[in-house]
Design a binder for this molecule. Structure first.
Ligand SMILES: NC(=O)c1ccc[n+]([C@@H]2O[C@H](COP(=O)([O-])OP(=O)(O)OC[C@H]3O[C@@H](n4cnc5c(N)ncnc54)[C@H](OP(=O)(O)O)[C@@H]3O)[C@@H](O)[C@H]2O)c1
Length: 342
């Protein structure tokens, strides 16, 4: 290993996800003699040259150190079997949970259709994932714009004979009381978090029906199970999602529909959450900072889906609120009312 590059590699469960911590000294001008590490590292930063190349140093997109999570070549069979040789569409793939889901599936024999507004970020991920067995297709979608949803669904139908998995992950949150929030903000959140997902589902109906075993995975929220302060429109949109997709679950066994309810996951969601006047919040949420990582959440979601679960709850101790709401409503209200606005 050359001076200036320190690589720590471990796995929290053998054969699942390998976490790499790479510490780089910017004066690095040599390569590594570990070809496995070289491939892993180049892939993680989307670099296509040789580590001996001076250009590599310039290509390092970060200053000191960064933890990179990516799927190991040895993944548990059960986890990935349901996704192998499948066409998988993920909305919200440019960040957070959606990106983590795509990152975990990338590397396996499948076609990944990545959707979001930030196409540059999706193209960057596609460049990173130069896997022989994975085809990555990038399609722009704005869930706020029905015409963009139609166009994304049509582009996907032009590229794929069938769709096996549709992961609805794209979404936006809220920060502000119901009393202060503009009606337009409520409309926007309902459109992005609820109507957008429903429209995409209906526009993908023919593609999904062409699959032998289609599946839809919907990202709701714990706030889809009960109301919560400063989240009125978000809770309403997630309740609507729960109602729509739970009804779908009861109507027919096909497509398989799974509803995911995350608690607090460490992502950028708080930065993009809408304030009462529609401005972005632009601030972190200390509660989320203590939450599960997006990669852990993705692992939990894929494990649950692989087992055929109809409901998946993802998070840590905050999930207790689901039980408090159901069995100890006084305690639930006491805690919820004391939640500070963030
Ligand atoms: N993090 C949590 O604690 C938590 C808890 C419960 C539920 N969830 C749910 O998990 C899902 C993913 O959130 P996250 O935590 O991963 O947040 P995130 O990091 O902010 O990711 C949100 C994703 O949604 C996409 N998106 C936002 N507005 C969009 C629009 N108008 N059209 C298309 N795509 C849009 C974003 O992509 P572009 O900006 O590129 O379009 C981004 O990829 C959301 O549905 C959220 O409600 C998260």
């Amino acid at each position: 290993m050359p001076k200036g590059i320190a690589i720590k590699k471990w796995s929290d469960r053998p054969g699942f996800v390998v976490h790499l911590t790479i510490t780089i000294n910017r004066t690095l001008d040599q390569g590594t003699d570990d070809p496995e590490m070289e491939t892993f590292y180049k892939r993680s930063i989307g670099f296509r040259g040789s580590l001996d190349d001076q250009a590599f140093v310039k290509a390092i997109p970060f200053e000191h150190s960064q933890q990179i999570d990516f799927p190991a070549s040895l993944k548990p069979k059960r986890l990935l079997q349901r996704f192998q040789k499948r066409n998988i569409c993920i909305t919200g793939a440019s960040s957070g949970i959606g990106e983590a889901l795509a990152r975990t599936l990338a590397g396996g024999p499948c076609t990944l259709v990545l959707m979001a507004r930030n196409v540059a970020r999706l193209e960057q991920l596609k460049m990173e994932w130069q896997f022989d067995q994975t085809e990555v297709i990038v399609l722009p979608i704005d869930l706020e714009d029905p015409a963009s949803i139609t166009s994304a669904a049509r582009s996907m139908a032009d590229r794929l004979p069938h769709l096996d998995w549709l992961f609805h992950v794209g979404g936006i949150s809220q920060r502000g009381t119901a009393a202060d929030t503009d009606f337009q903000v409520v409309q926007r959140i309902m459109q992005i978090d609820f109507l957008g997902a429903v429209q995409l589902t209906t526009e993908c109906r023919a593609l999904l029906n062409a699959s032998e075993a289609p599946g839809i995975v919907v990202t709701s929220s714990m706030t889809g199970l009960f109301g919560f302060p400063y989240r009125s429109a978000y809770a309403a949109a997630k309740h609507a999602l729960q109602g729509y997709f739970e009804s779908m679950q009861l109507e027919s066994a096909s497509p398989y529909v799974c509803i995911v309810s995350p608690g607090s996951i460490r992502t950028d969601i708080s930065f993009h959450a809408l304030e009462p006047d529609g401005q972005e919040n632009g601030k972190p949420d200390p509660r989320l900072e203590k939450g599960m990582t997006a990669q852990e959440a993705a692992k939990c979601i894929l494990k649950g889906v692989a087992r055929g679960k109809l409901n998946i709850y993802v998070g840590r101790s905050e999930l207790l609120m689901i039980y408090f709401h159901r069995y100890l409503p006084f305690l639930f209200k006491w805690i919820a009312k004391r939640t500070p606005a963030k």
